[in-house]
Write a protein that binds this ligand. Sequence first.
Ligand SMILES: [Cu+2]
Length: 285
Amino acid sequence: MKSFAGIVVLILGLSSYAATVEEKIYILSDSMTCVDNTTFPYRTFNDFNAFSQNNPILQLNQDDSLSLWVVNFDSIDHNFQIEDYASTFETIPAGDSVLVGYKFVNAGGYIYHDPLNAPTNQYLGLAGMIIVKDHSHDSFYWNIKEHDSTWNDNLLHNVAVDWTTYEPDFFTINGNSNPDINADPLARIVGNVGDTLILYMSNTGNSVHSMHLHGYHATILYSSKSALEVGREKDTFPIHPMQSLVLRIVPDKEGEYPVHDHNLVAVTGNNLYANGMFMTMLISP
Ligand SMILES: [Cu+2]
């Protein structure tokens, strides 16, 4: 009976690939460099103790657990929370670190961020994506964000701003604007006719964005804010601040088509068209 029990355990083990994914991210304060070389103070989570103007994308499979060290190398305290996962948050004093654990039973997209002084620390850049997959299709990732280049210095020094007068002038996907988005293999949708392509998008900014795929329709597989959106097939996808969407695209023809934010101000970089949220999607036969 002992060996029989062992076989049962082995079979159960093979049928479930749940794993614990171990990651470590570092909070760093530095500056964002925009498409026209404008710079302003910026903070991000980073893979290493080296500043990047995009936050790491943490990837898991459905039913995996995340074991995450968050190291605060900034000179002030920060908090850590996962949007649409739990209302609780962790506090990480300056120069300290915390180990947090989460299990993800639902596939989809999540946002990890610093909720301290909301939305200030998230606005200043501390918001990244957690992807939980239940498939092995080619996938693409957009961390969508806008910036008001004149505000960051004030917010960094706790000078109040009036969010009703927010007028962002730079617009990025994974920290880049056009033409650099096309050089980001995580962002640019590339595939073949008939492929199943999965697009994960999270809006970590403070404006609503409306992403338009020219040439193709997509189906919403997941929405963090409204289950009613799931199953809709269309070509333009509004996404609210701190919302995540997962889309499925099965291209029916070859071609290179524009992909952009339909809030047309967002395809500019400091009024320079088309230096904002604009790229192309490239589909081969
Ligand atoms: Cu359009």
